[in-house]
Design a binder for this molecule. Structure first.
Ligand code: NAD
Ligand code: IPM
Ligand code: MN
Length: 370
């Protein structure tokens, strides 16, 4: 039987709470002989900082490099507001993305039928929604240099971040979007701000050129990023695949999450380039949400984004398509059965906690598997 090396990085806040639920599913799949998982667990974020003074250690990075896939919870929280910038919890996540070369972040936003009323938007706007945001993840203003705060001669301080993209970086993320669209509804919307940014001009030109050269069978449209934000809440079903840079992708995917009912619903996959020899990609799977300090430690977090991220792990890294379907169907079924965590419960509806939701999903996977 195939064996897969899986590194679990629960992190901070609700990260360990939602990861714990998925851990039960991993153990069960392993015991069932669906696949054999060699799991290791390590520290990241504030938890790592508290133990080691670094938001991720070289040893943990080494484990991430050696793993077939990394499953990541969440990092950050007010406890670490005053730690040095380089050691802040989020830096651990950024190092993982950069050093593993995870340039393609796929953030699918699906509105489960049972949740059509949980969104802040009207049912007809989000019912049947199925879009993917393809976010560039290792470039742009997140990593551009210089990145600094300097003191000027007059005593004022100046903060500098640098937005920078090369044609190669734009080309490879656009390629991911076009190839994905071919397997879906064949439409890509590329988004930037070419009206104010040089990177936006280059982004637009590069995507257009790639489309002309290799992907003319896919419908391509361009929308300015501010207008796209508006369109996402006006009529999101016009989209299939959206491709955009690191910062716009971060913001737009939080908006997309709310279309589905809650940030607690949105999974994501961060993928590297295919190794030409093995065909494998480095990969990290993470919910779109953060450590949710306001509800951490209360057993209230919705674990569905974490389960969804694990389903993506099974599909993209391990090729266990049936097992991935099973997990996704189990999520859909428990929602149909009326189970809700607080974030997706309508007024007057009873809400369950993190572990009740996790147990219900596991039971449903078990029932579907038999
Ligand atoms: P957040 O995503 O943690 O929370 C935003 C809101 O959504 C909160 O009200 C929270 O309770 C709710 N929420 C999020 N996930 C939920 C879930 N699974 N179930 C129910 N409700 C959920 O964003 P924030 O409050 O802006 O950030 C908190 C910390 O998390 C910051 O330090 C930030 O840097 C970090 N963060 C980390 C990641 C990550 O690790 N990938 C992502 C985003 C933010
Ligand atoms: C996300 C998060 C991260 C980001 C933070 C925690 C660095 O918001 O994954 O969406 O900005 O990329
Ligand atoms: Mn974000």
């Amino acid at each position: 039987m195939a064996s897969y090396k899986l590194l679990l990085l629960p992190g901070d806040g609700i990260g360990p709470e939602v990861m714990g639920e998925v851990g039960k599913l991993v153990s069960w799949l392993d015991r069932q002989g669906v696949a054999s998982f060699e799991t290791e667990t390590d520290l990241v974020g504030g938890a790592s900082y508290d133990a080691t003074g670094q938001s991720i250690t070289d040893a943990a990075m080494g484990r991430a490099m050696a793993a077939d896939a990394v499953l990541f919870g969440a990092v950050g929280g007010p406890k670490w507001d005053s730690v040095p910038y380089e050691a802040r919890p989020e830096a651990g996540l950024l190092r993982l993305r950069k050093d593993l070369g995870l340039f393609a972040n796929l953030r699918p936003a699906i509105c489960y039928p049972a949740l059509a009323d949980a969104s802040s938007l009207k049912r007809e706007i989000i019912e049947g929604l199925d879009i993917v945001i393809v976010r560039e993840l290792t470039g742009g203003v997140y990593f551009g240099e210089p990145k600094e705060i300097v003191t000027l001669e007059n005593g004022e301080r100046r903060g500098v971040d640098t937005q920078v993209y090369t044609t190669h970086e734009i080309d490879r993320i656009a390629r991911v979007a076009f190839e994905l669209a071919r397997k879906r509804r064949n439409k890509v919307t590329s988004s930037e701000k070419r009206n104010v940014m040089k990177c936006g001009v280059l982004w637009n030109q590069t995507v257009t050129a790639l489309h002309k050269a290799e992907f003319q069978d896919v419908v391509l449209e361009h929308q300015l990023a501010d207008a796209l934000g508006m369109q996402l809440v006006r009529w999101p079903k016009q989209f299939d695949v959206i491709v955009t840079d690191n910062l716009f992708g971060d913001m737009l995917s939080d908006v997309a999450a709310m279309l589905t009912g809650s940030l607690g619903m949105l999974p994501s996959a961060s993928l590297g380039a295919e190794d030409p020899k093995t065909g494998q990609r480095k990969a990290l799977y993470e919910p779109v949400h953060g450590s949710a300090p306001d509800i951490a430690g209360k057993g209230l977090a919705n674990p569905i984004a974490m389960f969804g991220s694990f389903a993506m792990t099974l599909r993209y890294s391990f090729g266990l398509l049936e097992a991935a379907d099973l997990v996704e169907r189990a999520i859909s079924n428990v929602l149909e059965q009326g189970l809700r965590t607080k974030d997706i419960a309508s007024a007057g509806q009873n809400a369950v906690g993190t572990s009740e939701m996790g147990d219900a999903i596991l039971r449903e996977v078990q029932a579907l598997a038999n």
